[in-house]
Design a protein around this ligand. Sequence first.
Ligand code: DXP
Length: 252
Amino acid sequence: MFYNVDLDSRLMLGTAQYPSPEVLRAAIAASGAGVITVSLRREGREGADFRAILAESGARILPNTAGCHTVREAVTTAQMAREVFGTAWIKLEVIGHADTLQPDPFALVEAARILSADGFEVFPYTTEDLIVGERLIEAGCRVLMPWGAPIGSGQGLRNRAGLASMRAHFPDVPLVVDAGIGTPSQAMAAMEMGFDAVLLNTAVAMARDPVAMARAFGQAVAAGRIACQAGLMPQREMAVASTPVFGMAELV
Ligand SMILES: CC(=O)[C@@H](O)[C@H](O)COP(=O)(O)O
């Protein structure tokens, strides 16, 4: 549950960098994404067409503050997005570093506190740092979005151990791996680890065939979720024969 909303699909899809609006429309449909994230800047640029694509998708809209570098910028962008999209959901990005596009944890927590107090339901894009996660929860966030890897890098789950300890530390908080996912298998791995959803953009938008890639990600996220719920077998140090020896033919 993400702020009391249950989603059919646990794939959250970004809407930037697609070769054309038609490809974007088809990719959203093929992915079956439950949530579409959209930047206010893009909505301002592309207007009615883009809005129609979002509306016909049937997915929930998660506006984001992509490109914001300060608390003030992020809070103002979120407030404008609430007006434009008519939702209290906001994916909060406050970028702290130009090369890594790493979140600024201090500004992030401050902006999350201001927005939560103002009635927003905040999805903060953060690192896997547990203390920052704690502070975000204290600030009012009921979802956390740790990065897989830097935005647009396609490096996948770069700090698997850190992500696993975040999952263990916040067993009851919905956690969404956001950014840096390059392949469907990486998205599936995140779901197998028990993450509640995955958010990605570049890997689909920049694929040679974005529509087919969107479908692949939709299926991978669904499969990872089923596998997690089915219970993965533990890894073992040694071989354990999988074929029973009872009833084997005796050769004399
Ligand atoms: C669209 C959006 O919200 C991005 O900021 C997001 O973090 C996706 O990252 P990738 O493009 O690496 O999938």
